[in-house]
Each structure stands twice: as structure tokens, then as C-alpha cells.
Design a protein around this ligand. Structure first.
Ligand code: 76R
Length: 275
């Protein structure tokens, strides 16, 4: 049932993102009759379809590996009212007390403040590639750049997440300590240079890792949610390890708990969970 007539709570741009991880209370589940179990699973399946039919909305689900949690959802949708309603409906869909919330994260998609601007790129073209502003080559490179940046902006703000099987989630903050390890006290130019190094490492994983960095400053207990998708755990382990040596992570990163999920369709998830 929808909450009647509340105005949507929309971000200035992008989407709200909720990671919702649950345990199954098997004691409560086992008290249900066979027919009630079937009804419960149908109710969840119907709800998932309904959520997925919402414009600009993606709902992913996972079996979570290790008993930190049993199953998880990742919801990407613009309106926080809808996100909140869907989260509560998902929690209750199998019946009261069956899904027990274990971990959650609220964040938003965001554009990066460190991306190269059109003006900066124009300066680089003129000074490093010695192209004359106004020349056809210059114009062509600018167009290519603008198209690339538009796709990049869209991927960050309005992501279309893959169905790759391995998902890794962890919260992260940038350090605000003493002894020069305060990210927020660094000049913008230095942060930008460091982030360029980070991106260089990241880009070597192109096609193997899809990363979605969502901002949670003011929304949850750390500053970002890091969601990585891969086809194997080896890629996850490799990128997180390699990033540890990159200065941004080595000097300034702090991490929360790590979760590994396996993305799968609902019938496989029910079978995996023996529901
Ligand atoms: O192409 C570009 O210009 C993208 C540049 C880029 C930004 C701005 C980028 C690229 N990231 C950016 C921002 Mn990232 N990222 C992480 C982690 O475990 C760790 O040590 C860190 C967790 C990983 C694994 C990762 C991967 N990134 C950020 C931010 C916001 C910082 C801020 O605003 O201060 C965080 C917290 C963060 C963390 N990053 C990439 C990757 C990968 C794989 C890329 C390359 C993406 C691509 O080009 O395909």
C-alpha cells in the first residue's frame, strides 16, 4: 500500500541508493505452513517486479557469502520516499519477522569534483598536444572528449549496473587525522592530482571491474559506499589490494565492513537460502 500523497524527495541530480542486507529467521520461517511459504515467496516476487517497473529504478539481489548476512538488495531509485517505502515492503514481504535487517547503507550517486573540465581539457590540448584552438583537429578532440565525459557523468549519476555475479560492498571515508593525513585540509590541486593517480590505477581494471562510488556524507556513518562488480573474486581482491598501495588509499582511506554477495535470480536465491 502506497503512502498517500507525499511529495517526492528527489536529489538535485542522480539517484538515492540503498544497500539492505538481511538474515533469515529460519525459526519463524519453519512455523509457516507450506501454502503460506508459497504465498510469501510469491509476494516477494511480485513486489520485486513492481519495484523494477518503477521509472529510473534498479533493484539487484544477492546471496551474501559468509554468515554476516544471508541475502541482500541494492536499490537505486530517485525518490527517497519510494526508496524508504520499498525498503520497508521488502523487509516485510516474506511475512513479519522472517527477514531480519542486519546491515544497511544509504547513499546517493554523485559526480566527481575531480573530473577534468572542458576548459581544462582545452588548455591541455593547446599546451601539450599543440593543437590550435579553432582548428578542425581541436574541435574533433573536444567533441570526443565531451561525449566521453557525458557518458562518464551518466554512468556515475544514473548507473546501469551489470548482472555480473560477484558484488563487493564496503563503506569508506577519507582520513581527517593529524600528521598531514587530513584529506580535507589538502589543497584542491593536490587532491585532484592524487585522484588522477587513483583513476589511473582504476582504469587498468576497465572491463573487469565495474565500480560505483556513492556519496554518504551526512547520510550514513562513513563518507562513501564502494560497490564493485566483477566476474570473479580474484578481480575484487586484486583491485582492492592494488588500491591499498595507491597514495589516496594508502594515506587517506579508512574502511568499514566488507561484504561479498553473489548476484542471482530470485528462484536461485530461494533455492540457495532453502526457502
Ligand atoms: O575515469 C575517471 O576519471 C574516473 C576517476 C575516478 C574518480 C573521480 C575513479 C576511478 N574513482 C573516483 C573517485 Mn574510484 N575507487 C574507490 C575504490 O579500496 C580502496 O582503496 C578504494 C575503493 C575503488 C576500488 C575504486 C575503483 N573512488 C572515487 C572516490 C571519491 C573520492 C572523492 O570524491 O574524494 C572514492 C571513495 C573512490 C574509491 N575508481 C576509478 C575505481 C576504478 C576501478 C576506477 C576506474 C573507473 C573507470 O575509468 O572505468
Amino acid at each position: 500500500m502506497e503512502t498517500p500523497s507525499l511529495d517526492p524527495v528527489l536529489p538535485a541530480e542522480g539517484r538515492h541508493v540503498l544497500h539492505l542486507f538481511f538474515h533469515v529467521d529460519y525459526g519463524a520461517w519453519d512455523l509457516l505452513e507450506g501454502v503460506q511459504k508459497i504465498e510469501a515467496k510469491t509476494a516477494l516476487a511480485v513486489l520485486i517486479q513492481e519495484i523494477r517497473a518503477t521509472p529510473a529504478t534498479q533493484l539487484l539481489m544477492f546471496s551474501l557469502v559468509t554468515p554476516k548476512a544471508d541475502l541482500g538488495f541494492m536499490l537505486v531509485t530517485p525518490d527517497l520516499q519510494a526508496a524508504d517505502a520499498f525498503a520497508k515492503q521488502l523487509t516485510l514481504a516474506l511475512g513479519p519477522g522472517i527477514l531480519v535487517p542486519e546491515f544497511s547503507w544509504l547513499s546517493m550517486t554523485e559526480r566527481s569534483e575531480y573530473t577534468t573540465s572542458v576548459e581544462e581539457y582545452a588548455v591541455t590540448l593547446a599546451s601539450e598536444e599543440k593543437l590550435a584552438p579553432g582548428s578542425p583537429e581541436f574541435a574533433e578532440k573536444m567533441t570526443t572528449f565531451e561525449k566521453r565525459m557525458e557518458k562518464y557523468r551518466k554512468d556515475r549519476l544514473e548507473p546501469n549496473l551489470p548482472d555480473w555475479p560477484v558484488m563487493c560492498f564496503y563503506p569508506m571515508s577519507k582520513r581527517r587525522g593529524l600528521e598531514g593525513q587530513n584529506w580535507y585540509a589538502l589543497d584542491f590541486a593536490i587532491r585532484k592530482k592524487l585522484m588522477a593517480g587513483h583513476a589511473r590505477v582504476g582504469r587498468t581494471y576497465s572491463g573487469r571491474i565495474l565500480q560505483l562510488i556513492t556519496g554518504s556524507t551526512g547520510l550514513d556513518d562513513m563518507e562513501w559506499g564502494v560497490t564493485l562488480f566483477a566476474k570473479t573474486t580474484s578481480e575484487i581482491k586484486a583491485i582492492v589490494y592494488e588500491m591499498r598501495f595507491d597514495e589516496v588509499s594508502a594515506q587517506y582511506a579508512e574502511f568499514g565492513e566488507f561484504f561479498i554477495g553473489l548476484q542471482m535470480p530470485l528462484d536461485s536465491l530461494f533455492a540457495r537460502l532453502t526457502l
